[in-house]
Design a protein around this ligand. Structure first.
Ligand SMILES: [Zn+2]
Length: 148
């Protein structure tokens, strides 16, 4: 992990063990997406009230971390519907081998429910939350609800 990423994770309150949990879960279950261009993996894990995301790659004997972020909003499973805007992405579902497409998904936080468009696997409905969406969109919405 590069020092600047390390510093960013400290700022975001993401611990090394959170990263380890995400990677261990992904390696065990193949619950991850893989980028067709870079070959990097992105995986998430929600041990409690926070979902952690890690983008990583396997290198000789260790894992290299490229980014990690988290959100507290919960993505409701199996509520995906195809998005109006069509877009396929460089990421594909590791388990299904299918390219991700935009889907409208449901999110919930503090008893409020939202719908948003995000990449998802059209086969198993695995959702992909980008760093920008987690930090900007979801982060702002979480803060608004918590300040109410
Ligand atoms: Zn899938």
């Amino acid at each position: 992990m590069d020092p600047e990423i390390d510093a960013l994770l400290v700022e975001r309150g993401i611990r090394r063990e959170d990263l380890e949990h995400v990677i261990a879960h992904a390696e065990e279950t193949e619950d991850a997406c893989v980028n067709g261009v870079t070959g990097r993996y992105i995986a998430s894990y929600r041990p409690g009230n926070t979902t952690y995301w890690v983008e990583y790659d396997r290198e000789a004997g260790y894992f290299r971390i490229f980014r990690a972020y988290s959100h507290r909003m919960l993505i409701l499973e199996n509520f995906n519907t195809p998005a109006k805007r069509k877009e396929t992405l460089d990421w594909r579902c590791l388990k299904c081998g299918v390219q991700l497409e935009l889907a409208t998904v449901k999110l919930t936080h503090l008893e409020e429910t939202f719908a948003t468009d995000t990449p998802a696997c059209p086969s198993c409905c695995r959702v992909f939350v980008s760093e920008t969406d987690a930090i900007e969109k979801m982060g702002l919405a979480e803060k608004m609800l918590e300040d109410k």
